[in-house]
Ligand binder design. Structure first.
Ligand code: 4NP
Length: 155
Protein backbone atom coordinates (compact mmCIF):
# COMPACT_ATOMS: atom_id res chain seq x y z
CA UNK A 1 0.00 0.00 0.00
CA UNK A 2 1.67 3.20 -1.15
CA UNK A 3 0.91 6.91 -0.71
CA UNK A 4 3.06 10.03 -0.57
CA UNK A 5 3.90 10.34 3.11
CA UNK A 6 3.18 6.83 4.45
CA UNK A 7 1.62 8.82 7.27
CA UNK A 8 -2.10 9.17 6.49
CA UNK A 9 -3.58 6.90 3.78
CA UNK A 10 -1.29 3.91 3.29
CA UNK A 11 -0.91 3.12 7.03
CA UNK A 12 -4.71 2.89 7.16
CA UNK A 13 -4.71 0.67 4.08
CA UNK A 14 -2.06 -1.63 5.59
CA UNK A 15 -3.91 -1.81 8.91
CA UNK A 16 -7.35 -2.37 7.39
CA UNK A 17 -6.19 -5.10 5.00
CA UNK A 18 -4.15 -6.78 7.74
CA UNK A 19 -7.23 -6.79 9.98
CA UNK A 20 -9.44 -8.32 7.27
CA UNK A 21 -6.80 -10.82 6.16
CA UNK A 22 -6.26 -12.06 9.72
CA UNK A 23 -9.99 -12.36 10.26
CA UNK A 24 -10.21 -14.43 7.05
CA UNK A 25 -7.36 -16.71 8.20
CA UNK A 26 -5.02 -15.45 5.48
CA UNK A 27 -1.28 -15.15 6.14
CA UNK A 28 -0.41 -12.28 3.85
CA UNK A 29 2.80 -10.32 4.11
CA UNK A 30 1.52 -6.73 4.04
CA UNK A 31 3.37 -3.45 4.26
CA UNK A 32 3.07 0.20 3.31
CA UNK A 33 5.45 2.88 2.09
CA UNK A 34 5.62 6.44 0.82
CA UNK A 35 7.03 7.85 -2.42
CA UNK A 36 7.79 11.32 -1.12
CA UNK A 37 8.21 11.17 2.63
CA UNK A 38 11.81 12.28 3.34
CA UNK A 39 11.37 13.93 6.70
CA UNK A 40 8.52 11.64 7.81
CA UNK A 41 10.58 8.43 7.65
CA UNK A 42 10.42 6.56 10.97
CA UNK A 43 7.32 8.44 12.14
CA UNK A 44 4.14 6.86 13.47
CA UNK A 45 0.97 7.26 11.41
CA UNK A 46 -0.78 10.65 11.67
CA UNK A 47 -2.74 11.02 14.93
CA UNK A 48 -6.04 11.24 13.03
CA UNK A 49 -5.29 8.07 11.04
CA UNK A 50 -4.53 6.33 14.34
CA UNK A 51 -7.71 7.72 15.91
CA UNK A 52 -10.00 6.71 13.04
CA UNK A 53 -8.41 3.25 12.89
CA UNK A 54 -8.88 2.81 16.64
CA UNK A 55 -12.55 3.87 16.40
CA UNK A 56 -12.85 0.92 14.02
CA UNK A 57 -10.98 -1.45 16.38
CA UNK A 58 -7.74 -1.38 14.39
CA UNK A 59 -4.41 -0.52 16.00
CA UNK A 60 -1.87 1.00 13.60
CA UNK A 61 0.33 2.64 16.25
CA UNK A 62 3.20 0.16 15.72
CA UNK A 63 3.68 1.22 12.08
CA UNK A 64 6.63 3.41 11.10
CA UNK A 65 6.91 5.34 7.84
CA UNK A 66 9.39 4.15 5.24
CA UNK A 67 10.21 5.05 1.67
CA UNK A 68 9.00 3.08 -1.33
CA UNK A 69 11.90 1.46 -3.22
CA UNK A 70 12.35 -0.27 -6.57
CA UNK A 71 13.00 -3.53 -4.68
CA UNK A 72 9.42 -3.51 -3.44
CA UNK A 73 8.57 -4.88 -6.88
CA UNK A 74 10.72 -7.95 -6.05
CA UNK A 75 9.27 -8.34 -2.57
CA UNK A 76 5.52 -8.05 -3.25
CA UNK A 77 3.02 -9.61 -5.68
CA UNK A 78 0.67 -6.66 -5.70
CA UNK A 79 1.31 -2.97 -5.03
CA UNK A 80 -1.53 -0.48 -4.66
CA UNK A 81 -1.10 3.25 -5.10
CA UNK A 82 -3.59 5.48 -3.29
CA UNK A 83 -3.60 8.03 -6.12
CA UNK A 84 -2.40 8.68 -9.65
CA UNK A 85 0.45 11.00 -8.58
CA UNK A 86 1.74 8.22 -6.33
CA UNK A 87 1.54 5.67 -9.17
CA UNK A 88 3.62 8.02 -11.33
CA UNK A 89 6.15 8.43 -8.50
CA UNK A 90 6.35 4.62 -8.19
CA UNK A 91 7.10 4.44 -11.91
CA UNK A 92 9.95 6.92 -11.66
CA UNK A 93 11.40 5.39 -8.49
CA UNK A 94 11.22 1.77 -9.71
CA UNK A 95 12.40 2.51 -13.28
CA UNK A 96 13.09 -0.82 -15.05
CA UNK A 97 11.67 -2.73 -12.08
CA UNK A 98 8.24 -1.14 -12.52
CA UNK A 99 5.80 -3.97 -13.23
CA UNK A 100 2.44 -2.82 -14.60
CA UNK A 101 1.03 -6.27 -13.81
CA UNK A 102 1.65 -5.73 -10.09
CA UNK A 103 0.84 -2.04 -9.72
CA UNK A 104 -2.64 -0.55 -9.71
CA UNK A 105 -4.68 2.18 -8.11
CA UNK A 106 -6.42 0.88 -4.99
CA UNK A 107 -9.83 2.24 -5.97
CA UNK A 108 -9.72 0.31 -9.26
CA UNK A 109 -10.57 -2.73 -7.11
CA UNK A 110 -13.97 -1.09 -6.48
CA UNK A 111 -14.46 0.86 -9.72
CA UNK A 112 -12.36 -0.96 -12.33
CA UNK A 113 -10.75 1.28 -14.91
CA UNK A 114 -12.06 4.54 -13.44
CA UNK A 115 -8.69 5.53 -12.00
CA UNK A 116 -10.13 7.24 -8.93
CA UNK A 117 -7.87 8.61 -6.19
CA UNK A 118 -8.16 8.12 -2.45
CA UNK A 119 -8.03 11.86 -1.57
CA UNK A 120 -5.10 13.08 0.50
CA UNK A 121 -6.49 14.01 3.96
CA UNK A 122 -3.19 15.63 5.06
CA UNK A 123 -4.32 19.25 4.73
CA UNK A 124 -7.86 18.64 6.06
CA UNK A 125 -9.59 17.74 9.31
CA UNK A 126 -11.05 14.59 10.90
CA UNK A 127 -14.02 14.03 8.54
CA UNK A 128 -11.55 13.62 5.67
CA UNK A 129 -9.90 10.75 7.51
CA UNK A 130 -13.26 9.03 8.05
CA UNK A 131 -14.03 9.37 4.34
CA UNK A 132 -10.63 7.91 3.44
CA UNK A 133 -11.17 5.06 5.92
CA UNK A 134 -14.49 4.15 4.27
CA UNK A 135 -13.05 4.18 0.75
CA UNK A 136 -10.08 2.02 1.73
CA UNK A 137 -12.29 -0.32 3.75
CA UNK A 138 -14.51 -0.97 0.72
CA UNK A 139 -11.49 -1.58 -1.50
CA UNK A 140 -9.96 -4.00 1.02
CA UNK A 141 -13.20 -6.01 1.11
CA UNK A 142 -12.84 -6.40 -2.66
CA UNK A 143 -9.21 -7.48 -2.33
CA UNK A 144 -10.18 -10.17 0.18
CA UNK A 145 -13.00 -11.32 -2.10
CA UNK A 146 -10.72 -11.45 -5.11
CA UNK A 147 -7.46 -12.86 -3.74
CA UNK A 148 -8.49 -14.31 -0.41
CA UNK A 149 -9.37 -17.83 -1.44
CA UNK A 150 -7.47 -20.09 0.92
CA UNK A 151 -5.24 -22.63 -0.84
CA UNK A 152 -7.16 -25.55 0.62
CA UNK A 153 -10.44 -24.13 -0.75
CA UNK A 154 -9.19 -23.80 -4.31
CA UNK A 155 -10.53 -26.28 -6.83
P1 4NP B 1 -0.28 10.57 2.86
O1 4NP B 1 -0.49 12.11 3.23
O2 4NP B 1 0.38 10.55 1.50
O3 4NP B 1 -1.66 10.02 2.82
O4 4NP B 1 0.59 9.99 3.95
C1 4NP B 1 0.55 13.04 3.24
C2 4NP B 1 1.37 13.13 4.34
C3 4NP B 1 2.37 14.10 4.37
C4 4NP B 1 2.52 14.96 3.30
C5 4NP B 1 1.70 14.85 2.18
C6 4NP B 1 0.71 13.88 2.16
N1 4NP B 1 3.51 15.97 3.34
O5 4NP B 1 3.56 16.79 2.40
O6 4NP B 1 4.30 16.02 4.28
Amino acid sequence: MVCLGNICRSPLAEGILQHKARRAGLHWNLDSAGTNNGYHVGEQPHQLSQKVAKLNSIDISHQRARSFTADDFDRFDKIYAMSKDVLEDMRSIAKRKFDAGKADLLMNEVYPGRDLDVPDPWYGSEPGYHEVFKMIDTACDKIIERYGVKKEDRA
